[in-house]
Structures are given as structure tokens and as C-alpha cells.
Design a protein around this ligand. Structure first.
Ligand code: NDP
Length: 277
């Protein structure tokens, strides 16, 4: 069932509820910029924030959360272990460092940011330990291909709750989505708005006009109707509101198919089998 409001949640494979839509904060500067963005989102009703150790803005995210007055249990905070911190012991340490920066006792979702060849399997074992020790509400991965997912599931028997991957109309990820759905892994789209590019694509503009919506809203709605969690980023209050105003219209199956047909397997980010950071 597709979400009906900004606070609607999807039930992850361990029973934890995660909002369908959250705010992403990659490339948002620590200090005023991230504090103001997160504050604007929380004031508008967002309850999910997606950060990462490497974004270097966990301090500001934590500050905005504290100042918002929103109860901790109403929030869903995601952060990620960075590549240079991977490995069993160093991941456990990285988790504590992130909590410290965020000023939180736990995060709702902790992710392995990228599948670093030499270390991602040990890193997943550390996340399983954090989960078993009840330090974190849910654990997942990011940028994992099917073969990475199979390796970590085979190692531990523990299926990630979420796989956060690049996903948008030019990279629809249908095969990975089908695999994740089959395994009970919820797919989450990063760069859902193509980093602000291609929103003037004729298909999106035409569909947007029909619904009296913007192309960005059409893309986010397409994700939700595909059962994909979204975390659009903006530092502008009006866009933060715009990106959340996607719960009052429905794309037809023809419109969904037209957006699917935009796929070019085009990545703005790196291929998880070939990255060097
Ligand atoms: P998005 O696809 O969310 O696009 C953000 C860009 O689009 C910004 O330049 C923003 O500009 C602009 N924008 C936002 N809203 C609108 C709108 N309504 N109309 C037109 N332009 C708009 O890109 P991100 O790469 O930031 O992805 C979202 C989040 O996903 C990240 O912030 C991060 O949390 C996560 N992510 C995770 C990765 C991973 O490896 N796990 C990798 C990359 C991202 P402005 O801010 O000026 O409004």
C-alpha cells in the first residue's frame, strides 16, 4: 500500500517502522546550513533524517534534533559507517563516534556505506553485533549489489533491513528491487531527484502538468508507488515542503510505465563494484 502522509511508515523486516520519506543531508554544511535544513524539515513534519559519518554534519543534525523539541521516539535517524572505518572493531568504534556527534543514545538505522571489498563482510558482522546488543534499532547496507547481499547473508544469516542505493528514472534498478522485495529487504533511493538534473525531461514535465505537480514530486511519487523509500535533499525550505507534498495524488500504471521507460542504467555516483574511495 502506498503511503498517504508524511508520517506514514513502512514496516522493516524486524518489525521497526520507518517513514517512507525523509530528508537527505549529503553536501549540506555542518553548522547553520544543516541545522536550518533539518529544523525546517522537522517543523514541516518530516520525521526521518539520513546522514553519514562522511558527511561531517552529524553534530549539526543532532543539534537541530535537540532544538526541535520533537520526541526522540518519534524520529528516525539513519547514519552510516564510512569506508576507512570498516572492519569489525573499528566499526564498533565508529558507531560510538557517530552517536557522540549526534548526541544520541542510539540510531534507528545504521548502514554499511559502501561494500569495500576487503572489509564489508566483517563490517556487517559488527553491525549484527550492535543489533544483537540492542544498540541500534535496525541495520542495513548501502550500495550493495545482489552478490554483496548474498555474501553477507550467507556469512551471518542476518538479512539487512534496508539497501540504500542510487535509484531514479535514469537508473531504475528493477532487478535489484525484485531481489530485495523477494528477500524482505526494503530498497531506499539515494539521489532520487538525479541530484537536481533532468527534472526538465519531457516525460516528467508532461506527467507533472497533468497532476498539477512538479517533476520532482512526480519522481518521488513514482518511488513510493514502487515501494521504495525516498530521502530527497534540499537546503531550501520551500523545496523541503514541495518534496513532501507527494501524498495526495496517484500516478496511473501508464504513467508509471512511462517513467520506467526513461531508464538508461545511468549512474551519477560510482558503481559499487568499481569505486576507489
Ligand atoms: P537528490 O537527488 O536528493 O537531489 C538534491 C539536489 O536537487 C540538490 O541540488 C537540491 O538543491 C536539488 N533539489 C531538491 N529538491 C528539488 C526540487 N523540488 N526541485 C528541483 N531541485 C531540487 O540528491 P542527493 O545526492 O543529495 O541524494 C539524496 C540523499 O541520499 C543525500 O542527501 C544522502 O542523504 C543520500 N545519499 C546517499 C548515498 C550513499 O552512498 N548511501 C550517496 C548519495 C546520496 P537545493 O539543496 O539547492 O534545493
Amino acid at each position: 500500500m502506498t503511503a498517504k502522509s508524511l508520517t506514514d511508515t513502512v514496516t522493516l523486516n524486524n518489525g521497526v517502522e520507518m517513514p517512507w520519506l525523509g530528508l537527505g543531508v549529503w553536501k549540506v554544511e555542518d553548522g547553520n546550513q544543516v541545522v536550518q535544513s533539518v529544523a525546517a524539515a522537522l517543523a514541516h513534519g518530516y520525521r526521518s533524517i539520513d546522514t553519514a559519518a562522511v558527511y561531517k554534519n552529524e553534530v549539526g543534525v543532532g543539534k537541530a534534533i535537540k532544538e526541535s523539541g520533537v520526541k526522540r521516539e518519534e524520529l528516525f535517524v539513519t547514519t552510516k559507517v564510512w569506508n576507512s572505518d570498516q572492519g569489525f572493531d573499528s566499526t564498533l568504534k565508529a558507531y560510538e563516534a557517530s552517536l557522540d556527534k549526534l548526541g544520541l543514545d542510539y540510531v534507528d538505522l545504521y548502514l554499511v556505506h559502501w561494500p569495500v571489498k576487503a572489509t564489508y563482510r566483517e563490517t556487517w558482522k559488527a553491525l549484527v553485533k550492535l543489533y544483537e546488543d540492542q544498540r541500534v534499532r535496525a541495520i542495513g547496507v548501502s550500495n550493495h549489489h545482489i552478490h554483496h547481499l548474498e555474501a553477507i547473508i550467507e556469512d551471518t544469516g542476518v538479512v539487512p533491513a534496508v539497501n540504500q542505493v542510487e535509484c531514479h528514472p535514469l537508473l531504475t534498478q528493477k532487478e535489484l528491487l525484485a531481489y530485495c522485495n523477494d528477500k524482505g529487504i526494503r530498497m531506499e533511493a539515494w539521489s532520487p531527484l538525479m541530484q537536481g538534473n533532468n527534472l526538465d525531461h519531457e516525460t516528467l514535465v508532461t506527467i507533472a502538468k497533468k497532476h498539477n505537480k512538479t517533476p520532482a514530486q512526480v519522481v518521488l511519487r513514482w518511488d513510493l508507488q514502487n515501494g521504495v523509500i525516498v530521502i530527497p535533499k534540499s537546503v531550501r525550505a520551500e523545496r523541503i515542503r514541495e518534496n513532501a507534498d507527494v501524498f495526495d495524488f496517484e500516478l496511473t500504471s501508464e504513467e508509471m510505465a512511462a517513467i520506467d521507460a526513461m531508464n538508461q542504467n545511468r549512474r551519477y555516483g560510482s558503481d559499487p563494484d568499481n569505486f576507489n574511495f
